[in-house]
Design a protein around this ligand. Structure first.
Ligand SMILES: Nc1ncnc2c1ncn2[C@@H]1O[C@H](COP(=O)(O)OP(=O)(O)OP(=O)(O)O)[C@@H](O)[C@H]1O
Ligand SMILES: [Mg+2]
Length: 205
């Protein structure tokens, strides 16, 4: 089973991905926790190139291709082999983030993103995707309570995050079968309980 977490910065994806991972471990379910971009030696190096603040000349296409390269390596080297061995694979962000950030929020054409996503993922679609939904306003509020992180979000303006927010909502609406949208302003425990009830239901099928 392949489970992905999506949502705006500070929505709580990493918090929930980790809690789910620990829960499954505790219940002796074989699982791994990954993050995007990253998760392999090559993908982590690509991550550094993407996140390097000195690379201000990077074009939107280059950025998107780097995300896709990192993803492609992660899917081939780690995700698919683990799924084959019966692991539950949990990924903190996956290709829907490219649709939301690079297409809805950025300059990439949606059609191009969809095509390259499919190529980079080798056709691998998540079984379950959790969209942890908080508004850009709530995300900014969480960011400002953490000093260093604030800079990161303020790099991009509110208009950008509004578009990304809308993008995630549209992606979820178009992929109802695999998507669960969760109100990210609920408590960490409540969100975790919603997530484990859905995962357990799917695991028992
Ligand atoms: N349900 C919640 N209610 C209140 N605060 C939360 C909740 N979930 C997470 N947080 C807090 O919000 C901050 C961001 O959480 P987290 O790092 O999990 O978000 P993220 O979606 O992984 O963000 P990023 O995209 O930046 O990696 C953390 O300080 C976390 O403790
Ligand atoms: Mg995170």
């Amino acid at each position: 089973m392949f489970i992905t977490f999506e949502g705006l910065d500070f929505s709580g994806k990493s918090t929930q991905a980790k809690l789910l991972y620990e829960y499954l471990k505790k219940h002796k379910v074989k699982c791994i926790l990954l993050r995007e971009p990253g998760g392999t030696a090559i993908s982590e190096k690509v991550r550094e190139i993407i996140l390097d603040r000195e690379h201000i000349e990077m074009t939107p296409l280059t950025e998107f291709m780097l995300f896709s390269a990192s993803r492609s390596q992660l899917v081939s080297q780690v995700i698919k082999p683990h799924l084959k061995k019966g692991y539950v694979v949990i990924c903190d962000r996956y290709y829907d983030s490219s649709i939301a950030y690079q297409s809805f929020g950025g300059k990439m054409e949606l059609n191009h993103v969809l095509q390259v996503n499919n190529i980079a993922a080798g056709g691998l679609v998540p079984d379950i995707t959790f969209l942890i939904e908080i508004t850009p306003k709530a995300a900014f509020a969480r960011a400002s309570s953490r000093r260093n992180s604030k800079d990161r979000m303020e790099n991009k303006n509110t208009a950008f995050y509004n578009k990304v927010y809308k993008g995630f909502k549209e992606i979820a609406a178009k992929n109802r079968k695999r998507y669960t949208v969760i109100n990210g302003t609920l408590s960490i425990d409540r969100i975790h309980n919603i997530i484990i009830s859905i995962v357990n239901k799917k695991l028992s099928k």
